[in-house]
Design a binder for this molecule. Structure first.
Ligand code: HEM
Length: 429
């Protein structure tokens, strides 16, 4: 699917219901860019011919994600579960008590205060370096800078900081290009398998193993040191690093890209972002994530029969063993929660349900909700403020959109930005 630009329009004001009840929306003409199709809001819950249940409304999705009767079934978790279980599962794929314990023990790496104190200066430093690079070259592919940014910050949290060779971001990128699929009669599945194994080995030998060795001698305050203290072996640590690569690095890269796209396209919004206080900037970023969820589907498997209440109050019974597909684009546009104009970027949304974050389910919900949300928002804010403050920075042409099957989300590529006076060849170097 190719990207496209929306015409820049002045913000429109939408009076929403009784004053004080929903408030006044300010819509910036920024319509959704990344959805593969416009998801229907109805039916809220329905079963398809293959027996998969599809969920498109917020309350039902939240009930599922908060239920202890479901298991993780996204990010190819069930392909991994089919392999002989010789090791502990990574955080993203584990469930129940083991999962709760891991979440408790790793919470200290992600608390907002910790994020602000421990990683802020690194985020500023990396942003500075990338922006200087852009200033030197005058014309770059922004999707390369967002990859560097996202990988460097998540690497610090995880502890992947002792690589034998530079280029971990590209190694991870190459690795995630291979689809995770079972072997079959088709020779392409074998070629894919060999390519994937090679990419895993390179990542292990050049990035993961050196990090483990350093931390065995001297533990640090990061996820790998924590896993070593828990007695995790190299293979388990490698698997955890790969899931952090998908959950923390790929997602943040794409999010910074889509936010930059919206903000570059609309000069008035860009100005507003640059002048707004931090709280408002973060709310705007979350509104962008609501509109453009990087993880477009969450999957769960029902461990036992689930009883849900449907949109018109009817009981819906979902049998044990069923696969549940939660459509995040539709859920994040649930008018019962987000109000009018759900597929446009609007400031000042008052959500119609308590304790719902502005990104709605952009970071998930329930036991697996993203622990990295404060990191992702803070690093996006720091990078984007520096980028968008550059005088003369403009979008040269619309980026290209692709679909990533692993995270069920978009990828933004060939995102060429230039400073006035930039030349043609430099973006690819
Ligand atoms: C904008 C960026 C990000 C988005 C959109 C995002 C989105 C998500 C979502 C939707 C989930 C829930 C998956 C599920 O319920 O099945 C999740 C889980 C997770 N995320 Fe993020 N994430 C982002 C950034 C990060 C960062 C920066 C880190 C770490 C450095 C991170 C680490 C994780 C981990 C470890 C999990 C698994 C948690 C668990 O299973 O308990 N994420 N993320």
């Amino acid at each position: 699917m190719e990207g496209h630009f929306q015409a820049i329009r002045a913000p429109e004001r939408e009076g929403q219901g009784a004053p004080g009840e929903v408030g006044e929306l300010v819509c910036w003409g920024g319509e959704q860019k990344t959805a593969r199709e416009v998801e229907p809001a109805e039916p809220a819950i329905a079963c398809d011919r293959r027996g998969v249940w599809h969920v498109r409304t917020f309350k039902e999705a939240r009930a599922i994600l908060r239920s202890s009767a479901v298991r993780q079934a996204g990010f190819k978790a069930e392909v991994l579960a089919r392999l002989p279980q010789l090791m502990r599962l990574p955080l993203l794929f584990s469930d129940g008590q083991e999962h709760q314990q891991q979440r408790r023990q790793t919470a200290r790496f992600f608390a907002p205060r910790v994020v602000s104190q421990r990683y802020r200066s690194l985020m500023e430093e990396v942003s500075e370096r990338l922006i200087e690079d852009l200033q030197r070259k005058r014309r770059v592919d922004l999707s390369r800078l967002t990859l560097e940014m996202a990988v460097r910050i998540a690497a610090e949290v995880v502890g992947l900081t002792d690589s034998l060779l530079p280029g971990m971001a590209r190694r991870l990128e190459a690795f995630f290009r291979y689809p995770i699929q079972p072997l079959g009669l088709d020779p392409r599945t074998w070629l894919n398998f060999v390519g994937l194994q090679w990419a895993v080995l390179r990542f292990y030998w050049l990035d993961v193993r050196p990090a483990i060795r350093v931390r065995r001698r001297q533990p640090r305050n990061d996820v790998i040191s924590h896993l070593l203290a828990q007695g995790y072996g190299p293979r388990e640590i490698l698997t955890e690093c790969v899931t952090y690569g998908a959950a923390g690095m790929i997602t943040t890269r794409e999010f910074i890209g889509v936010a930059a796209w919206h903000l570059l396209e609309q000069p008035a919004l860009r100005q507003r972002f640059l002048q707004a206080p931090e709280e408002e900037r973060l709310a705007l970023l979350e509104e962008i994530l609501r509109l453009e969820p990087v993880v477009g589907h969450l999957y769960r498997r029902a461990g036992q029969e689930l009883a849900l209440v449907g949109a018109s109050g009817e009981q819906v019974r979902i049998p044990a063993g069923t696969l549940l597909d939660l459509h995040i684009y539709a859920i994040n546009a649930d008018e019962g929660i987000v109000g009018a104009q759900p597929r446009r970027l609007c400031l000042g949304r008052t959500l119609r349900e308590e304790r719902v974050p502005p990104s709605v389910m952009g970071f998930g919900d329930g036991t697996h909700r993203c622990p990295g949300a404060p990191i992702a928002l803070q690093e996006s804010d720091i990078f984007l403020r520096r980028l968008l403050a550059l005088p003369g920075l403009r979008l040269e042409r619309p980026p290209r959109l692709r679909w990533n099957e692993l995270i069920c989300g978009y990828e933004i590529r060939d995102f060429i930005v230039a400073l006035e006076g930039g030349s043609e060849e430099e973006a690819t170097s």
